[in-house]
Design a protein around this ligand. Sequence first.
Ligand code: ARG
Length: 276
Amino acid sequence: MPELRDKILMCPPTHFSVDYVINPWMAGQKGSLNEGRAQKQWETLRDALGEHAEIVLIDPQPDLPDMVFTANAGVVYGDKAIASHFMPHERRPEEPHFKKWFRDNGFELLNLDEKIGFEGAGDCLLDRGGKWLWTGYGFRTEIEAHAEIQKFFDIEVVSIRLTDSRFYHIDTCFCPLNGGFLMYHPPAFDFDSRIAIESRIPSHKRIVVDTMDAGNFACNAVNIGDMVFLNKASDPLKARLMLAGFKVREINLSEFLKAGGSAKCLTLKLTEPVKA
Ligand code: ARG
């Protein structure tokens, strides 16, 4: 267990539902949600993460069914944060709640240009080896945001283009792991982005995730120390992670998959020390 406990922001699924369709996973799911099961699955995730990190909660708001996905509150680096400006108008009313939370909790906020779409840690992932930020674009975050992020955080941004609408946030198909490892689903990126990934992560540290595992949101994992929490992984993927020194803990998050999210989407890491 790490010496200083990580802090993770979560939002109880009190008002979680699938009411609109803003990603392919949500299509046809209206009315299919089992709220009781969603609540239990979320609690199981919270308790499992709570054994390794401190869980901080933000109050859920009525009529904001996707607020449970705190990865999209914004992105944090040191004591700075960039709050999201959602592409789908359905999620825009979440913005003031997350902004207020960041301000109340002492984060310095960037005033991102109102015209630029940006969906927080859903599209911004710190590498766990080198000093750079992997930043996705193509569906929910616009490439125009990348220069602003780089300047505000003073960290190199590596722009990664997403090409498959099922993997609309980079955290659905890409997961940097401690020790400089990377779990990722190559078909979700364009050619140049795959070259950028391969030129930064040596092949023995790249853990390729196939379509079946990616469809089960295996890349949407929370990594704390040597633990990897995810919805579901095949035996070969589990074996590959084990060989890289990780312990896999599966937590069934089926109800959240109906909204196009899983373990990582339900969390926002608040402790991201600035790298030397
Ligand atoms: N229904 C939500 C949306 O489409 C799911 C968000 C998942 N979050 C994530 N970080 N991938 O916005």
